[in-house]
Design a protein around this ligand. Structure first.
Ligand code: FCB
Length: 475
């Protein structure tokens, strides 16, 4: 007989080191809805979702999970889940609707209440300052192509730090700058929908600079919590390891996806790039030393998101990106190849927990003692879920995904493990709720809690029961 979700959670609980932090993660734009409430201004993502054909089925995030009006219910769910910490994001356009100037007090009030509700429930708040919702006026002025956006981000960080700095336990400045640069500005499948390919690279530097300014702003505001950044890491392998071209393009993709975002933060410089492509990386290779100093300010922790590995082959191929159709992809000299040997998630991403260990081992090998304590700030999987006649949601593939991945990460950092020595302090499942999954709209469900997008009713899935047993049965 197969183990139940609770049994798996109990089994995994015995593997957790003491003090290991367990949490769940969400992002403002994906769950809040209420896009016109309490003085919120529009974001680049509101504009992008309104554009024809940008989002699957024409979905918008206008209501999403209506979390803005259901905070009490959602915090109660988390209390029942028994987690230590909750990672949420603050919507920049709620705090600075025009992109510059004074804070909107009603926007700050919302997060102030959320933080208090979490603390009252015994849950530590981890606040992300930027999970992709740029205020529209800034996006229209060039968004992350414009260096001034980084300065405005620093101003915003100081407003939020001033108000919440006494209670937030951890601050994440920016979530996955790689996704914003590659999907948003490079391929056009995310907001702002620009297909600039390599000309998108200034947006990498400006986001990292924004991170640096935010670190300074938070610390000047005297925040009591730790400060870090979250990057998404994906080990990259060549389609054919014996084919030199595949190997070269896999190396290039590793630079683009992983290294240009982690190296400057942790090592204080951009990675070396092959001579042949140096021109394309020019915007990153000649940046002021003061920028790099700000970007590499020591952090209290490093947030790592892991979903899947990437396989890269030479030659253009397909315009299909799991996140939407990207015709611009066909102009690149390489393509993302399939993983027929692994089962896949609803998104078509390979379920490959062993590569999670590889990602952690790469972090340890590349950054060594420059790497602060690491938290897995996101990991999870989308599958088609449905309510069963018994009223439950039997999401056994998600249960398996989460158990296999957390256990692979724990194994990797154990004595004798592939990433031994990496100081892994916690794990946040993506996500608490099914939500608005960017270009895929509501088609991809990642939640531990099922959301009926007609009635907004929340139903904990079996994965919730697994995580609850994991949280409760720790010694
Ligand atoms: C990550 C994002 C998060 C969510 C998951 C599935 O890249 O940070 O918002 O969309 O993927």
């Amino acid at each position: 007989m197969k183990a139940t979700a609770e049994e798996l959670g109990r089994w995994l609980a015995a593997e957790l080191p003491s003090g290991f932090e367990l949490g769940v993660a969400t992002a403002a734009f994906q769950i809040e809805g209420a896009v016109h409430d309490a003085g919120r201004g529009p974001s680049g993502w509101d504009a992008f979702t309104a554009g024809p054909g940008n989002i699957l089925n024409g979905d918008t995030a206008d209501i999403a999970c209506d979390h803005f009006h259901r905070v009490a219910e959602d915090v109660a769910l988390m209390k029942d889940l028994g987690i230590d910490a909750y990672r949420f994001s603050i919507a920049w356009p709620r705090i600075v609707p025009d992109g510059a100037g004074a804070a909107n007090p009603r926007g700050l009030d919302f997060y102030d209440h959320l933080v208090d509700a979490l603390l009252a429930a015994g849950i530590k708040p981890m606040a992300t300052l930027y999970h992709w919702d740029t205020p529209l006026p800034l996006e229209q002025a060039g968004g992350w192509l414009n260096r001034a956006t980084a300065e405005r981000f620093g101003d915003y960080a100081s407003l939020v730090g001033g108000r919440l700095g006494d209670r937030v336990d951890k601050w994440v400045t920016i979530n996955e700058p790689a996704t914003v640069t590659l999907n948003g500005y490079g391929l056009g499948v995310h907001a702002p929908g620009k297909s600039l390919l390599f000309d998108a690279l200034p947006t990498a530097h400006h986001q990292l600079l924004a991170h640096g300014f935010a670190v300074q702003a938070l610390r000047s505001a005297g925040v009591s919590g730790g400060v870090g950044i979250t990057n998404v890491h994906s080990p990259v392998v060549p389609a054919d390891p014996d084919n030199l071209e595949d190997v070269a393009y896999a190396g290039l993709f590793d630079i683009l996806h992983n290294r240009i975002f982690a190296d400057p933060v942790l090592l204080g410089h951009y990675p070396q790039v092959p001579e042949l492509v140096a021109d394309m990386f020019a915007p990153l290779l000649d940046v002021p030393a003061a920028d790099l100093a700000a970007i590499s300010a020591p952090l209290d922790f490093y947030g790592l998101n892991y979903y899947a590995p990437t396989r890269v082959g030479a030659g253009a191929g397909g315009g299909e990106n799991p996140d939407g159709s990207a015709p611009a992809m066909a102009q690149l000299p390489f393509h993302l190849a399939d993983w027929p040997e692994y089962p896949s998630t609803g998104f078509g991403w390979p379920v490959a927990p062993a590569h999670f260990g590889t990602a952690l081992a790469q972090m340890r090998d590349r950054y060594g003692s420059a790497l602060p304590p690491v938290y897995i700030t996101e990991n999870g999987a989308s599958f088609e879920d449905s309510l069963s006649p018994d009223g439950a949601v039997h999401d056994s593939r998600r249960v398996e995904y989460l158990v296999q991945h957390l256990s692979a990460a724990l194994d990797a950092v154990k004595p004798g493990g592939r990433a031994e020595g990496l100081d892994l302090r916690g794990y946040y499942a993506w996500s608490l709720l099914d939500n608005f999954e960017w270009a895929a709209g509501y088609s991809q469900r990642f939640g531990l809690v099922h959301v009926d997008f007609d009635t907004l009713a929340r139903t904990p899935k079996d994965s919730f029961r697994m995580f609850q047993a994991l949280a409760r049965e720790r010694s």
